[in-house]
Design a binder for this molecule. Structure first.
Ligand SMILES: C[S@@+](CC[C@H](N)C(=O)[O-])C[C@H]1O[C@@H](n2cnc3c(N)ncnc32)[C@H](O)[C@@H]1O
Length: 169
């Protein structure tokens, strides 16, 4: 069963796929999530346009030859060190000029706002080894350490829907 939030973001993916001239999409996910995605893609008739790859993004290689990596609601489960490793891996998988787009909660420099992000950080403190919620400066520095340039916030949001984009040189 998918949550309302998962349904919403799958909706965005489906919207992208409904534009015929756009490229196909490769999505890397854990098995349970893959099954839910596969079922939904099949139901709406775009399954053949999506390459679903089963795997662990910490330990398995990422597929090469991509021009966009959509890292959606992932960075909060990681420590900054883990994010740097993941960003390096993504950097290597992208074509030159490719972009990484990170969708997550973005904290203000005070780290006390947005409140939902501060509460979510406590949630990550309890539920993960080193996860948390990050400021733009932290993500920018971690992206830079992985080789990305031009990091910018392209969508501000008080919840999980802020988006930061950076480019592989
Ligand atoms: C918060 S959900 C985000 C799901 C989806 N990307 C979205 O934006 O709605 C985190 C997802 O990451 C997946 N995940 C966590 N660790 C993973 C790993 N090491 N390799 C692959 N997928 C992983 C989980 O299965 C889960 O679906």
């Amino acid at each position: 069963m998918m949550t309302a939030q998962q349904r919403r973001f799958l909706g965005i993916l489906l919207e992208e796929l409904s534009v015929p001239q756009r490229a196909g999409v490769t999505t890397r996910e854990a098995v349970a999530a893959l099954l839910a995605v596969e079922e939904r893609l099949t139901k709406v008739g775009v399954r053949s346009r999506v390459n679903l790859v089963k795997g662990n993004f910490y330990t398995d290689p990422l597929p090469k030859g991509c021009d966009l990596a959509w890292v959606s609601a992932i960075v909060h489960q990681n420590s900054r060190q883990q994010n740097r490793q993941l960003f390096r891996k993504i950097y290597r998988a992208l074509d030159a000029g490719g972009r990484i787009a990170i969708r997550d909660i973005l904290m203000e420099e005070s780290r006390t706002a947005p409140i939902s992000g501060a509460l979510f950080a406590v949630n990550m403190l309890v539920g993960t080894e080193g996860g948390g919620t990050f400021t733009f400066a932290e993500l920018r520095d971690d992206l830079k350490a992985a080789g990305f340039v031009g990091a910018k916030v392209v969508r501000q949001d008080a919840g999980m829907n802020a988006v930061v984009v950076a480019t592989k040189r």
